[in-house]
Design a protein around this ligand. Structure first.
Ligand SMILES: C[S@@+](CC[C@H](N)C(=O)[O-])C[C@H]1O[C@@H](n2cnc3c(N)ncnc32)[C@H](O)[C@@H]1O
Length: 424
């Protein structure tokens, strides 16, 4: 970074990762900590990225960041922009991706935003610093920032942090530090720890005491597979009244309200008729959507992670969910099977659905409901479906990663005429 800029420049947009984009005489430059409409002075820039010297005139959507750690902690990227404006920006990103797909008509999206203090899933890092433990999220580029306050975390998880720090401080197997994944289940927080020492019987005793005292039924050590270090009570969660036992570190939606919005959009997108043919669900995880779908039809649920599949299988007895283990990149569900389904629901990982998409295109199921956490993958995966004649019936945008650039969406696609063909 060298070039100082003397005159004020205007921030005209947000980039995909949430940094402001300033229009300068030298071209467009990403400037963290700015929002559209700001008139700013740059401290320096290198032609593509700049640093903010100060905001000269704030944009209409600029607000004071609600958390004192904003700017230091890497957890929130865009806290100085009003939440309705942030939801509009995220909605715009999804619509832009769909425009690039080339749909003739894009329905007006339904947009939902969760409230603060709802995060039930978090990955924290911890470091020994002197006699203390620093526990929190990483800086944007750098070390861990102690989470002394947080606008995101569920209050139960936030309340766990002080005793967790104290316990980690006393744990002999923690030398320099490690990481903790926490899932807040119905049975309480479920901890999966990575540490730089090897826990012995004394460490396990300390962990079990902590678990009993703070309502943490299970603490596991990261590994393949994870090892249970302390089990002081039953581990369970519920999806639509079905009791499941998620494995340590299970993928779950991060916010309950976000999960409910996704589920409602998926269920609302199912066809009204022909559900007897059953639903094919791809990337089912531990069954977040499966049991809701099974309230309406038989569900063939495919998942590639063994532990998640075992959870789904154990819970599926007496329901209409039929789980199957499958790596959908290497062995996608074939077109002939997909063709018979009343609907195909897919919720792929960040990279998208890869090889599975070609089989969906070839199978031409009447209805495809695509749940996305990545607009770029959504655009890539829906493009061949649009070329195959699919129409976009509805779009739902969900902002459940508040104050970040992440956005989820649910797109419902139908193939004109295919319902009649498949029901014959
Ligand atoms: C975004 S999560 C969705 C899970 C679930 N629908 C939910 O809402 O909790 C994606 C899921 O895809 C699974 N997955 C990732 N790659 C896969 C693959 N190649 N084959 C099958 N499943 C895969 C992951 O294990 C994870 O459960």
């Amino acid at each position: 970074m060298e070039n100082a800029v003397a005159q004020a420049v205007r921030v005209i947009a947000l980039g995909n990762d949430g940094d402001g984009v300033a229009q300068t005489p030298q071209g467009r430059i990403f400037v963290p900590g700015t929002v559209p409409g700001d008139e700013i002075l740059l401290a320096a820039h290198d032609g593509t990225h700049g640093t903010l010297a100060r905001v000269v005139t704030p944009g209409a959507d600029r607000v004071p960041a609600p958390c004192h750690l904003f700017g230091a902690c890497g957890g929130c990227r865009i806290q100085d922009m009003a939440l309705p404006a942030l939801l509009d920006w995220k909605t715009g990103r999804v619509v832009e991706a769909l425009r690039h797909v080339g749909f003739d008509a894009i329905p007006t999206p339904q947009a939902h935003q969760v409230g603060p203090h709802g995060r039930c899933r978090v990955d924290l890092a911890f470091r020994r610093v002197g006699k203390e433990i620093v526990l929190g999220l990483h800086r944007r580029r750098g070390d861990v920032v102690d989470m002394s306050e947080c606008m995101l975390l569920d209050p139960t998880l936030f309340a766990l942090l002080p005793p967790l720090r104290a316990m980690l401080r006393s744990l002999p197997a923690v030398h320099a530090g490690g990481d903790i994944q926490i899932n807040l289940l119905d049975s309480g927080p479920d901890l999966l720890i990575t540490m730089d020492g090897t826990p012995d019987a004394n460490d396990r005793r300390i962990l079990a005491q902590f678990g009993k005292a703070h309502g943490v039924p299970r603490i596991s050590l990261q590994g393949r597979p994870p090892e249970t270090l302390a089990l002081t009570g039953p581990v369970f969660h519920h999806f639509d009244d079905v009791r499941v036992a998620p494995p340590p570190g299970a993928f779950l939606q991060p916010v309950r309200a976000g999960e409910a919005f996704i589920k409602a959009a998926v269920v609302a997108g199912l066809p009204r008729k022909g559900l007897k043919a059953g639903i094919i669900e791809l990337y089912a995880g531990c069954g977040t959507l499966s049991f809701a779908l099974a309230g309406l039809a038989k569900v063939h649920a495919y998942e590639g992670d063994r532990a998640a599949l075992a959870c789904l299988k154990q819970a599926s007895g007496g329901t209409r969910v039929l789980p199957a283990l499958r790596d959908l990149n290497r062995q996608p569900v074939m077109a002939t099977d997909l063709a018979k389904a009343a609907a195909v629901v897919l919720d792929p990982p960040h990279a998208g659905a890869g090889a599975q998409i070609a089989q969906i295109v070839a199978g031409r199921p009447a209805c495809v409901i695509y749940v996305s956490c990545n607009p770029a993958a959504l655009q890539r995966d829906l493009t061949p479906l649009r070329h195959a004649g699919y129409r976009l019936d509805s779009v739902t945008v969900i902002d459940q990663f508040l104050w970040s650039a992440e956005v989820e969406s649910v797109c419902v696609l139908t193939l004109p005429g295919a319902g009649r063909r498949n029901r014959r």
